[in-house]
Write a new protein. Structure first.
Length: 128
């Protein structure tokens, strides 16, 4: 009979110390916590898409709680069930965010200021 894994809890995560080599604490369904040698703890989600294994970084432990990491892993599993690669979906979301910021008023205003500023300085020199 297979051995059932013990559920990962917040107390276990806090009590885990860094070792000589990085170690992983399994949380189930592809989600695990990578504990690095410097003591930092990072959530990762491992999955297979089109026969290839992939890993998504979810975030660092204190900033991303166990419950939040499990929610993100569940949403990634839903994407997989719909035939969508969670890694590509995450990259596309980041690209659309940066694309939206590139057309913000502040960016356009700063570009305009760079173009207009030398013209204004030229007019000021002529006027003096």
């Amino acid at each position: 009979m297979p051995k059932l894994a013990e559920r990962l809890t917040d107390v276990k995560i806090k009590n885990t110390k860094a070792k000589e080599k990085p170690c992983k604490l399994a949380a189930g369904r592809g989600l695990h916590l990578l504990v690095k040698t410097d003591g930092s703890k990072h959530w990762q989600f491992r999955f297979r898409f089109d026969g290839k294994e992939n890993t998504i970084a979810i975030g660092r432990y204190p900033e991303v709680s166990l419950a939040n990491a499990e929610k993100q892993a569940t949403s990634a599993l839903e994407l997989l069930a719909n035939g969508i690669n969670p890694s590509e979906n995450k990259k596309a979301a980041i690209a659309s965010k940066t694309g939206a910021l590139a057309n913000s008023f502040e960016v356009v205003a700063r570009e305009w200021q760079l173009v207009i500023s030398p013209i204004k300085q030229h007019h000021i020199k002529i006027a003096l």
